[in-house]
Design a protein around this ligand. Structure first.
Ligand SMILES: Nc1nc2c(ncn2[C@@H]2O[C@H](COP(=O)(O)OP(=O)(O)OP(=O)(O)O)[C@@H](O)[C@H]2O)c(=O)[nH]1
Ligand SMILES: [Mg+2]
Length: 433
C-alpha cells in the first residue's frame, strides 16, 4: 500500500506532443512543493503566470499555475495544477524538480482513490470517471456522465435509507417492545421490504443494457459457406477485414472489426461458413463460429438463396435474417433486410436496421441501468438477503437479514457505513429518553 500522506503528482493531459502539458499535484504538501518551484504562490483558485525553477534557481519553464487548497478539490486534498509548455523535456525537468521538492509520481488511479477515501465520490462515481475517460461513443459518454452525476448512486442510496429505517424499526421492536414507537406494524414493514426487493429485482432485470453499452456489443455474422459473410463485414467496416473468395470455406478463424453503430461501439464478427465438413481445420472454424455466435448480442443470419437459411445457434439470441446478393435477384420471404454486400444495394437500410437493433439493446430511457457485473453481484446478494428477511420467523433473524441487505448495497457504492446511517435514523426515534 502506498502512503496516503504522500504528496503525489501526475501528467493529467494526454500522451504525445501538444502545446500544453498539465501536471497535477495533490497532497498535504502540495502548497510547500509549489513554494519550492515557484517564488510567489498565486491567490487560491486564480490562474497566474509564474517562472518555475529548480532548487539551483535554474529556470524550467514559464507556466500557468493554479493553487487550489482542499477540501474543495477533486481529491479533497490541497492541489496544484501546472500548465506547462508541451514537450517531454519540459515535463521531465519539472517532474524532477517536483521530486526534489518532496513529491512522488502517482500510481494508476491514485487520484481517484484519494477522492474516494476522502469522501469526494463514491465507488460508482469513481468507476464512472474511468468509464468516461474510456468512452468511445456518445452513448457511452452519456451513460458514464449519468453515473458520475450520482444518478445510479441515488437509486442505491434510496434503498439504503429505506432498508436502514426498517432495520431501525426492527431493532427498536426487539429492544423496546413496549415503548411508544411510531405506529409501524409488522405487516407494513413486510410490505416495505417486499417493495424494495421488487424494485431491486426490476433493476436487475434490465437485459444487461448498461453493461452491454459499457462493454460494447457483439454482432456475429453467420451463414452457410460462400453467402458473402466476409464481403458483408468488409462493407460494414469500410475496410478489408477478411479475405473474400468464390471458394466455399474461405474463412476459418473468427475475425473481428470494431465499428460504431447507432452511437454504440460494436465488435462485428466474421465467422466460418456453417456446414458439415471432413476437413479438421474447417470443422474447428465451424465450432468457433457457433461458440462465438452463441454469446453474441445479435446474430446476422446471412442467406443467398441457395439451400436453406442457416440460423445457428438457435439459442434465443436476437437474430436478423438478411438476404445477400440482391443484385443477382435473390429474394427471400420473411427476410428482415435484402442487400448486395458487393454492390452496396440496400446497405444503407441494413445499417439503419442494425442501428435500431443496437439502440433497442442498450436503450436506457428511464432509471439509470446497471453498468457492471460487480454491481449486479452485490444487488443479487442484497435481494436474496431481503428474501430471507421476508421469510424470517424470528425478529432477530429478520434484523440480521436486513443488515446484510444494506451491507451488500453498501459494498457496491463503497458507502459501507451502516452504523453511521443507523445512528442518524435512530435519532429520529427518540429512543434514548
Ligand atoms: N453477386 C454478388 N456476389 C457476392 C455478393 N457478396 C459476396 N459475393 C461473392 O460471393 C463469394 C463469396 O463471398 P465471401 O464474402 O467470401 O463469402 P463467405 O460467406 O465469407 O464465404 P466463406 O468464408 O467461405 O464461408 C465471392 O466471390 C463474393 O465476391 C453479392 O452481394 N453479390
Ligand atoms: Mg468468409
Amino acid at each position: 500500500m502506498t502512503d496516503a500522506t504522500d504528496t503525489i503528482f501526475a501528467v493529467a493531459s494526454g500522451a504525445g506532443q501538444a502545446a500544453v502539458t498539465v501536471l497535477r499535484v495533490s497532497g498535504q504538501g502540495a502548497g510547500a512543493v509549489l513554494d519550492r518551484i515557484c517564488r510567489r504562490r498565486p491567490a487560491p483558485r486564480f490562474a497566474a503566470l509564474r517562472t518555475l525553477r529548480d532548487h539551483d534557481g535554474d529556470v524550467l519553464d514559464r507556466a500557468l499555475v493554479l493553487w487550489i487548497p482542499g477540501p474543495g478539490t477533486y481529491t479533497g486534498e490541497d492541489s496544484v495544477e501546472l500548465f506547462l509548455h508541451g514537450g517531454s523535456a519540459v515535463q521531465h525537468s519539472v517532474a524532477t524538480a517536483l521530486i526534489e521538492a518532496g513529491a512522488r509520481p502517482a500510481e494508476a488511479g491514485e487520484f481517484s482513490r484519494r477522492a474516494f477515501l476522502n469522501g469526494r465520490m463514491d465507488l460508482l462515481e469513481a468507476e464512472a470517471v474511468a468509464d468516461l475517460i474510456a468512452a468511445e461513443s456518445d452513448a457511452q459518454r452519456r451513460q458514464a456522465l449519468r453515473q458520475l452525476d450520482g444518478a445510479l448512486g441515488s437509486v442505491y442510496a434510496d434503498w439504503t435509507v429505506r432498508l436502514t429505517r426498517l432495520l431501525a424499526q426492527q431493532e427498536a421492536l426487539i429492544d423496546f417492545p413496549e415503548d411508544d414507537l411510531p405506529p409501524a406494524t409488522e405487516a407494513a414493514m413486510l410490505a416495505e421490504i417486499g417493495k424494495v426487493r421488487s424494485e431491486i429485482a426490476a433493476h436487475l432485470d434490465d437485459g444487461r443494457r448498461g453493461e452491454r453499452l459499457r462493454e460494447g456489443l457483439v454482432i456475429a455474422i453467420t451463414g452457410a459457406p460462400n453467402v458473402g459473410k466476409s464481403t458483408l463485414i468488409n462493407a460494414l467496416a469500410g475496410r478489408e477485414v477478411a479475405i473474400v473468395s468464390p471458394q466455399a470455406g474461405t474463412t476459418r478463424d473468427v475475425l473481428e472489426a470494431r465499428v460504431v453503430i447507432g452511437g454504440v461501439p460494436v465488435t462485428l464478427l466474421d465467422t466460418a461458413g456453417l456446414r458439415e465438413t471432413a476437413d479438421d481445420v474447417e470443422a474447428e472454424g465451424v465450432r468457433r463460429a457457433r461458440m462465438r455466435a452463441a454469446s453474441a448480442d445479435l446474430v446476422v443470419a446471412l442467406y443467398d438463396g441457395g439451400g436453406s437459411v442457416v440460423v445457428s445457434p438457435d439459442n434465443g439470441n436476437r437474430v436478423l435474417r438478411v438476404t445477400n446478393k440482391a443484385d443477382l435477384g435473390v429474394r427471400h420471404q420473411g427476410a428482415d433486410a435484402e442487400v448486395s454486400a458487393l454492390t452496396g444495394l440496400g446497405m444503407a437500410s441494413l445499417k439503419e436496421r442494425l442501428a435500431q437493433e443496437v439502440k433497442r439493446l442498450v436503450d436506457s430511457a428511464g432509471p439509470p441501468p446497471l453498468t457492471r457485473a460487480r454491481h449486479r453481484a452485490g444487488l443479487i446478494d442484497s435481494a436474496s438477503a431481503l428474501e430471507n428477511a421476508l421469510s424470517a420467523e424470528l425478529p432477530e433473524l429478520r434484523g440480521e437479514a436486513l443488515r446484510q441487505a444494506v451491507r451488500r448495497i453498501g459494498r457496491v457504492t463503497g458507502r459501507v457505513g451502516t452504523e453511521a446511517v443507523l445512528d442518524a435514523v435512530f435519532r429520529q426515534f427518540c429512543i434514548g429518553k
